[in-house]
Design a protein around this ligand. Structure first.
Ligand SMILES: [Zn+2]
Length: 334
């Protein structure tokens, strides 16, 4: 059996969670992929996926986790962990595949972000913005071979991308990478400067501001100011206390649920460990992972647990799963 299908453990948890999930979900962080362009050495677990991970496969696999009727749209972009050779061509192919998929699929609420790197050609990227489905950009450190493993934000977010996003009111989904995440002075300064200098740019910090270590988020989000143009997507985060800390600091209306598909299709979870985090998945820990469930379900469980612990209203839960993203994309959603 492929890992992305639900086994008995997953089916049981999925059924339990369904009792608390709102009627509509919008996936604010999903990667479309062509497996031939993956760096499978960096993520061998993804080798079991089909060769083409388009919107149809996303829809089918998410429907299995949350129920087909709930799946109401998504914000898509290419997979950013690519081999270092032919990087520019691979980024272009990922963006072309994204646009083809957005043009062809049957769901109306689907939008996309363009992968951008320091090597991206500004005028080529600008020409793609004419596409009605394109809502902004997804920079990523791994698309820039010159970046180390813990780069500053400005090392992989080109200035012209921020200027374009500001001019056109577009979204930038940003994965911060320094080890202390939100509890890092440099990250806090750069995020604050971006929100202030580019007030029309809609900055979304991916994975709850890389909140995989809950203590970094609990401490860090007390130090970061609120901004009208700052959101957090909750994709792949499996620590409910990370999400609860964000609800308390920024309000539920700043949070956008997402899957990080295809990451959501593997067994396991990300877990706080010491000052960092680990991704527990097949073959990476000693002992049996027989009891593991799909990461997507771990994520939904942590979001619902945080909502419960923070005693937010059901309308706020609906906001996290759909309405907040619909508002963020209001000029772009039908
Ligand atoms: Zn992602």
């Amino acid at each position: 059996m492929c890992e992305f299908q639900l086994d008995a453990q997953d089916a049981k948890l999925s059924e339990e969670l369904a009792a608390y999930l709102p009627d509509k979900v919008f996936d604010a962080h999903a990667h479309l992929f062509l497996k031939r362009d993956f760096n499978l050495e960096a993520a061998p677990i993804l080798g079991e996926l089909p060769n083409k991970g388009g919107i149809d496969f996303w829809r089918a696999s998410l429907s299995a986790q949350v129920g087909e009727k709930r799946v109401s749209g998504g914000l898509f972009f290419g997979w950013p962990v690519l081999p270092r050779y032919d990087m520019k061509e691979r980024i272009n192919r990922a963006n072309s595949f994204l646009i083809d998929e957005l043009q062809q699929n049957e769901l109306s609420n689907t939008r996309g972000l363009l992968l951008v790197a320091n090597s991206s050609n500004q005028s080529e990227v600008e020409s793609l913005l004419d596409e009605e489905y394109i809502a902004g950009f997804k920079p990523y450190a791994s698309l820039n071979p010159e970046c180390g493993s813990a780069p500053d934000i400005h090392e992989y977010l080109p200035e012209w991308v921020c200027q374009l996003a500001d001019e056109c009111g577009l979204i930038v989904v940003l994965h911060i990478l320094k080890p202390k995440a939100l509890d890092d002075d440099g990250n806090i300064t750069e995020i604050s400067n971006l929100c202030t200098r580019y007030p029309r740019m809609k900055l979304v910090l991916a994975h709850a501001g890389a909140g995989f270590n809950m203590y970094n988020t609990i401490k860090g989000c007390k130090r970061l100011n609120k901004f009208d143009n700052l959101w957090f997507d909750l994709s792949a985060v499996c620590e409910s206390q990370t999400i609860a800390a964000l609800i308390k600091a920024f309000g539920s209306e700043r949070l956008l649920w997402g899957t990080d598909y295809p990451v959501s299709l593997r067994k396991g979870r990300f877990a706080t460990l010491g000052n960092t985090f680990v991704g527990i998945q097949k073959d990476t820990i000693k002992g049996s992972v027989f009891d593991a469930v799909l990461l997507g379900l771990e994520n939904i469980r942590s979001v619902l647990q945080a909502a419960h612990d923070c005693r937010i209203r059901s309308s706020e839960v609906e906001g996290i799963f759909y309405d907040n993203a619909a508002e963020l994309l209001s000029s772009k959603l039908k």
